[in-house]
Design a protein around this ligand. Structure first.
Ligand SMILES: Cc1cc2nc3c(=O)[nH]c(=O)nc-3n(C[C@H](O)[C@H](O)[C@H](O)COP(=O)(O)OP(=O)(O)OC[C@H]3O[C@@H](n4cnc5c(N)ncnc54)[C@H](O)[C@@H]3O)c2cc1C
Length: 382
């Protein structure tokens, strides 16, 4: 995998090193990770250890405690996290992007280094019971009071909402959608852990803000700039989602192949059957296509291009390839895969969560279609 990212020899060596380090880390901590996943618990100590290895701050400059890389490094780490069933650093990287793009020096001093090293846990409080794909119905409010702001609202589905030290809250101010970095130790914040089917190592929570008073310095960007701050991060993080999906697809295929090459069925093993071989070939092709689209978008970003379309394409292809991988894995493993002590249900559920969160499959397709329809050249079709 990483067909285009490997063209750079130095990066190719780093990819091998990253795969080996994260693979070894996951093998050493498999039992703890599986237990935390079953118990719906955030394994904070393991998260810190991954941070200490440098893998939570791929896009953060080294002077802020990060790896000093770019989107390609973020993509590789995310894919290996999916491949090995590790604790996802997606939310941390989103926080880093927000702080790098919009944070003041003071905000960076306060949060960035800690997020990059895993000492500080970040979350994003955007979705509400009645506001998911669209912000139009968002109810959370932010009202000025002297030089402070008062935030009220109820957020839901917040990954690490009950485990974080700081959360980025989106609320509606007089000027429009506005984002605030809110210290979770402030008065008026309550959390309730929820029980998602997937990505349980970064469990979700409902987060309530009751008259939470924050200073002007908590503003991320200017009042009314919420949509801009949102998009600057999500265009990148969709590539992280795409990468994790490819990694999950690889994990499903890897585990199922390990089993199926030795599984005797009558006079054959499972992988002798042509029907199974075609599934393997098709899914390998689709995972490779998704990887190429993801690598292409990452390299375009490195060259300073806008990658909104390329990111949407990569995530869309990755969703399909990962879902197919999970399905092919079930076909190869048969009844023995259909138990909770097997990894396949968790892989499928993680894929289903990534299909919805951070830009659902439908929203991505809407965006791709809009871009084709508004371009006189139909994005290369004409
Ligand atoms: C496990 C998990 C973790 C999450 N983590 C976070 C988090 O950390 N922070 C946070 O703020 N949010 C988080 N989310 C919320 C996530 O971003 C939303 O679930 C997502 O934006 C979709 O919103 P919704 O679920 O309310 O679906 P809705 O907006 O109600 O949409 C329902 C369905 O309709 C489809 N749909 C919507 N609009 C259109 C359209 N125009 N055309 C076609 N189809 C459409 C959607 O794709 C979806 O499948 C998480 C969600 C989950 C499940």
């Amino acid at each position: 995998m990483y067909p285009l990212l490997r063209h750079d020899e130095q990066r190719s060596l780093w990819i091998d090193e990253t795969r080996s380090t994260l693979g070894t880390f996951a093998a050493e901590h498999r039992a703890e990770l599986d237990q935390a996943n079953r118990d719906n618990v955030f394994p904070r100590e393991l998260y810190r250890e991954v941070g200490a290895l440098g893998y939570l701050g791929p896009i953060v400059p080294t002077e802020w405690g990060g790896l000093g890389g770019g989107v390609p490094e973020y993509a590789v780490i995310s894919e290996e996290v999916g491949r090995h069933g590790l604790v996802s650093g997606q939310i941390a990287v989103q926080g880093e992007r927000w702080l790098l793009d919009w944070g003041t020096q003071e905000q960076k001093e306060q949060w960035l280094r800690g997020i990059a090293t895993g000492e500080v846990v970040f979350s994003e409080s955007i979705s509400e019971k009645n506001a998911g794909s669209s912000f139009k119905t968002m109810k959370s409010s932010a009202v000025r009071d002297g030089s402070d702001w008062i935030i009220n609202g109820a957020k839901t589905h917040v990954n690490l909402g009950a485990d974080c030290d700081v959360t980025l809250v989106y609320a509606v101010a007089e000027e429009g959608l506005t984002s605030f970095l809110v210290d979770m130790s402030l008065d008026g914040i309550r959390t309730a852990v929820t029980n998602p089917v997937g990505l349980r190592l970064i469990r979700t929570a409902d987060v309530y803000f009751d008259d939470v008073r924050v200073p002007e310095s908590a503003l991320l960007g200017a009042p009314g700039e919420g949509l801009e701050t949102f998009l600057s991060t999500f265009n990148i993080s969709r590539l992280g989602n795409a990468s994790e999906l490819i990694g999950l697809g690889r994990r499903a295929m890897h585990l199922a192949l390990e089993y199926a090459v030795d599984r005797q069925v009558g006079d054959n093993v499972v992988t002798d059957f042509q029907g199974i071989q075609w599934m393997i070939a098709d899914n390998w092709s689709n995972l490779s296509a998704a990887s190429m689209a993801r690598d292409h978008a990452a390299l375009m970003h490195l060259q300073g291009n806008d990658i909104a379309l390329e990111t949407s394409l990569a995530k869309r292809l990755s969703i399909d390839a990962a879902e197919e991988a999970s399905s092919v894995a079930y076909s190869m493993v048969g009844g023995h895969g259909l138990y909770f002590d097997q990894p396949y249900a968790d892989i499928l559920n993680d894929i289903k969560v990534l299909k919805v969160a951070g830009g659902s499959s439908e929203i991505l397709r809407n965006y791709i279609a809009r871009r084709i329809l508004k371009d006189p050249q139909r994005e290369g079709v004409s």
